[in-house]
Design a protein around this ligand. Structure first.
Ligand SMILES: Cc1cc2nc3c(=O)[nH]c(=O)nc-3n(C[C@H](O)[C@H](O)[C@H](O)COP(=O)(O)OP(=O)(O)OC[C@H]3O[C@@H](n4cnc5c(N)ncnc54)[C@H](O)[C@@H]3O)c2cc1C
Length: 361
């Protein structure tokens, strides 16, 4: 039986974005099926560091600066979303992030320019926040609002919550959509009012939505000291990279290799990141981490593509670049607004997937 206003929605992709869209849409009463060829977490979302870092991302990454407020808005939505799904406490404070470097004062000026919260702290205070951290050579800067989550556990939690709301998860690859019919690579046909493309860099769907042609890959590599290193405390940011505690050990990353879409591991990069982890946490000196690589999808201006495609019935939620986890709650809410023909947020124009085509034409 179909309820009044209920839509049938197929989501191509079960990463951070697809998983969040699925649970939010299903919680609103829609009939949702997630299609993905890979098992849970075998994607960029599963190997990512999981930082939710509105402040440091906006300060350190040019493309992110323009959407600091959007990052903050998405960050604010994480705790209530997880609490609503029974996955975490609503009032759990963010773990914070600490800049370690001789130039904490210069970093402070950049935080001031952005209007982001920070505190200058002593080297000893930084060490106290991160048990096992080598005493920093100089004072540090704490960004209290930045946080993190465990990608793998969050994907599993989102999927379990989605299943409770009736989401169907189907292993397969979407290849075509038109006139309310979605076609999978194995020839299976499914009826759907909407196709939500949340497939990262969705090559197989490029002919289904012209806007996808604007996406390009950025390879990223990190190392993970599995089960070792701190699992609590703040993320540490340095000019050589970041180190973030996860439930399964310390993750140290990450490269931004524009134009590369392979997941080959580079030993020199792994060694460089390993050295950073060990310099920060000397107890890791005898430990060999696992190296991992993933591919981010990026648009020409570095901002996501979220909203209706020129292709009828297709809604895009792609191009999350280096902040897909941070953006997931806001993107899911935005996609839900389009499905329900509600006003999307004031960010709609900035994220409009058709913005590049309009600019040319
Ligand atoms: C090294 C590294 C570190 C990162 N750290 C962070 C971080 O700390 N914080 C943060 O916010 N972000 C981080 N990111 C970025 C983040 O991982 C991405 O922005 C995010 O994973 C994008 O999520 P997604 O769901 O769009 O894509 P993906 O996770 O790539 O998921 C897409 C899914 O779509 C599926 N798919 C593809 N084609 C099809 C098809 N035709 N039909 C059906 N399914 C299909 C794929 O199998 C895949 O499972 C990091 C990225 C890297 C590489």
């Amino acid at each position: 039986m179909t309820r009044l206003g209920q839509k049938t929605i197929i989501i191509a992709g079960g990463g951070a974005i697809g998983a969040a869209c699925a649970v939010v849409l299903a919680a609103k009463g829609h009939a949702v099926t997630v299609i993905d060829p890979t098992p849970l977490g075998h994607n960029t979302s599963g190997m990512a560091a999981g930082m939710l870092a509105p402040a440091f991302e906006a300060v350190m990454d040019g493309a992110s600066r323009a959407i600091f407020e959007l990052y903050l808005e998405s960050m604010r939505r994480w705790a209530p979303l997880l609490a609503e799904l029974g996955l975490a406490k609503r009032d759990a404070p963010p773990s914070g992030a600490v800049w370690l470097g001789a130039d904490a004062e210069i970093m402070a000026e950049r935080f001031d320019a952005l209007g982001a919260d920070y505190r200058l702290i002593t080297a000893k205070a930084a060490q106290a926040l991160a048990p096992g951290l080598c005493l920093p050579a100089s004072d540090a800067l704490l960004a209290p609002q930045d946080g993190r989550l465990d990608p793998w556990a969050t994907l599993a939690g989102l999927q379990a919550a989605g299943a409770r709301f009736g989401v169907h998860y189907h292993q397969g690859r979407m290849v075509q959509y038109g006139e309310g019919q979605a076609v999978l690579a194995d020839g299976q046909v499914m009826a759907a009012d909407y196709l939500v493309v949340a497939a990262g860099l969705p090559r197989a769907l490029a002919s289904q939505a012209p806007e996808l042609a604007h996406l390009s890959p950025i390879k990223g590599q990190l190392v993970h000291f599995d089960e070792l290193g701190p699992s609590t405390g703040p993320t540490l940011r340095t000019s050589r990279g970041y180190a973030t505690p996860t439930a399964r050990g310390l993750a140290v990353g990450a490269t931004m290799e524009a134009g590369l879409d392979d997941t080959e591991l580079d030993i020199e990069i792994a060694e460089r990141l390993t050295a950073l982890g060990r310099d920060l946490f000397p107890a890791l000196t005898a430990v060999s981490p696992m190296a991992k690589a993933g591919v981010r999808a990026a648009s020409p201006d570095g901002l996501p593509l979220v909203g209706p495609s020129q292709a009828p019935g297709v809604i895009l939620a792609c191009g999350m670049r280096r902040n897909g986890w941070l953006l997931a709650p806001l993107v899911a809410a935005q996609v839900a607004a389009y499905v329900q023909s509600e006003d999307p947020s004031s960010w709609a124009a900035l994220l409009n997937p058709q913005r590049f085509d309009t600019a040319q034409g």
